[in-house]
Write a protein that binds this ligand. Sequence first.
Ligand code: PLP
Length: 283
Amino acid sequence: MAELVYLNGWIGSFEDAYISVNDRGYNFGDGVYEVVMAYDGVMFALDDHLKRLAASAAAVEMDLPWDLQQLKSIAEDVLVKSSIKRAMIYIQVTRGTAPRNHFFEPDIRPNLLVTVRYAPETDPAMYREGVKVITHPDFRWQMCHVKTISLQANIMAKNRARRAGVAEVVFVLPDGTVTECGSSNIFIYQDGVLKTHPANNKILAGVTRQYVLQVAGSLGLDIKEEPFNVSELFKANEVFYTNTVIEVMPVVNVDGHVIGNGKPGPVTTQLHQGFITLRESLK
Ligand code: PLP
């Protein structure tokens, strides 16, 4: 078993993989990406991730020279070669390599990177006890639905959260609207209603978010994909965030406000269990 890199057709180790300093991802953060999890050697929701990758590329006017089937075979091939069963697959497409210039030529060929690594383990105590988060001004751009590799704002905010001793940062717009987190989507549960921000340009429409909403629907929860504000967040019975690697993480404290009784709520736990059952059934 070995962690592997695929780079424009070449496959080898992280130590041996090189890309030009003229790569536009390196110079401008001009690229898009996906993170996919594999369980027992099978990628979960790969088609959803590749569709979103294509949508992100289209949104930044990048023509992909591969169709989704080709991308799928490449990712599956690197995963199989790595022999890693519980893997984190990173797929990145930058606009290509050219001398640094804001303008790009129409015939530039994108660089495709796929890496397969052992999936990071999340401390089980975090799921059992829940985590703390802080809010932070949403100082990102107007195209948060694009999964761009330009993550400067997210990195700043997430590291502020870490320095504050909490697990994640919750972005809040100037009018008090809660959008999403540094690298996850946020949900609140209050009096039978599950709320999360609608999938528009203000958030990344998470693949996990979509599957969790599906599970919530099958549990008969009242789902509202509509904006909520910080005071609703503080007062919610339950709060949790979702992403591909973490799945569903209970939040028990926001900016020092205790959520519910300070323990992960039953709905959050049910949704996480339901999510795991769903992804196992799709293998
Ligand atoms: N929102 C942001 C800003 C993210 O970076 C991510 C994932 O990295 C998500 C939401 C969750 O997306 P997904 O569930 O597809 O991993």
